[in-house]
Design a protein. Structure first.
Length: 279
């Protein structure tokens, strides 16, 4: 009987926590720092609450919470369905831009077991969630929105560029907040706890360096792309300016920063793991 009651209590706790976190995520999604004219916005880490559900209670709870979050986002973005015609296009927008894109945030807790460092695990989960969402938006833009908000010619390139204009800053904010929250609060226990022990900077030096290198690469790409997306005379958003971006410089520099940063983070995590094992 005690076992049954414990399971029921755990279920109720997970349900209540998930509902609260989803509500917080919706509230954060409404606090838009920037909103693009053809859809997409930069928010205050609105995907993080769903990632926390996944990290605390598992992928199943995370995907369910992500689905609920996606349906609410769809209701808030109903006006976007008026820009497309045909049930196939409407269905594609619902699935790619909302249901699949936001439900995949539920995978954000996948690194809890393989990565012992909570801050790093949450950061990697946030990065994975953002990349998967970005891919969904790119596919939608290159297919459904081609000829509407995105030129038909070279639709894939324009879709990557347009969605990158808000997903890159969104990803930067999301990963930074995830790392900070993961460094301050312990989500691995039944009761939420404040992390009191502070590890020395030396232990996390390579991880911090890797994160800064990736951040520098993302900022560089953002500046190079954004500078070409505004009409110099009117100040209006101009997606066709993507053709003027120096992609031969942006792509290798950004890719190099991502690879170098990932290597630093991996080496730092391994070094930290070995150090903890020897203590």
């Amino acid at each position: 009987m005690d076992i049954i009651n414990t399971k029921e209590n755990n279920f109720v706790r997970a349900l209540v926590e998930s509902a609260i976190l989803i509500a917080i995520g919706v509230a954060l999604s409404l606090l838009k720092l920037v909103e693009l004219p053809y859809g997409g916005s930069i928010t205050l880490a609105s995907m993080l609450p769903v990632i926390l559900i996944s990290y605390r209670h598992g992928i199943g709870w995370g995907m369910t919470g992500g689905l609920a979050f996606s349906l609410i986002q769809q209701l808030l973005g109903l006006k976007n369905l008026g820009y497309v015609t045909g049930w196939q296009s409407v269905l594609a927008v619902i699935l790619l831009d909302y249901v699949i894109a936001f439900s995949l945030s539920g995978l954000g807790g996948i690194f809890r077991k393989p990565v012992r460092d909570q801050a790093l695990a949450l950061t990697l989960g946030a990065l994975l969630s953002a990349v998967l969402r970005f891919i969904c938006h790119v596919i939608s833009g290159a297919t459904v929105w081609a000829g509407l908000s995105i030129p038909t010619e070279a639709a894939l390139v324009y879709s990557i560029g347009y969605n990158a204009t808000y997903m890159i800053p969104e990803t930067i904010i999301l990963t930074l907040v995830a790392f900070y929250i993961g460094s301050v609060l312990d989500f691995r226990h039944r009761e939420l706890q404040v992390i009191r022990e502070r590890e020395s900077i030396g232990k996390n030096l390579l991880i911090w360096i890797g994160g800064l290198v990736i951040l520098a690469g993302l900022v560089f790409a953002s500046v190079m792309i954004y500078s070409k997306l505004q009409n110099p005379e009117t100040g209006d958003f101009m997606i066709t300016g993507l053709k003027d971006v120096n992609w031969k410089l942006v792509i290798p520099v950004s890719a190099g920063a991502l690879i170098a940063g990932a290597v630093c983070i991996f080496c730092g995590a391994m070094k930290k793991k070995n150090a903890e094992g020897n203590e």
